[in-house]
Design a binder for this molecule. Structure first.
Ligand SMILES: [Zn+2]
Length: 73
């Protein structure tokens, strides 16, 4: 199942809900349809728990590898 929001690319204005870093993962909660944003670090931290409860898991963390100048963690 795809949703319209999945087409939107994350940008610098999107911030991790946990730490405020730039978000690279957007998830949509199956139960509420609510949207959560995570940086690469926190996406990994919550993935095992959260992913089964989501209807969409939009992962752009591969883009982190394109920006060698930006430190990850
Ligand atoms: Zn974070």
């Amino acid at each position: 199942m795809t949703t319209a929001v999945a087409d939107r690319t994350l940008n610098a204005a999107d911030r991790c809900d946990r730490c405020g870093a730039q978000a690279y993962v957007r998830v949509v909660l199956e139960s509420s349809g609510g949207e959560l944003l995570f940086c690469g670090h926190h996406a990994r931290a919550v993935e095992a728990t959260l992913r089964p409860m989501t209807s969409d898991w939009h992962d752009e963390t591969e883009r982190l590898n394109e920006k060698a100048a930006v430190p990850v963690d």
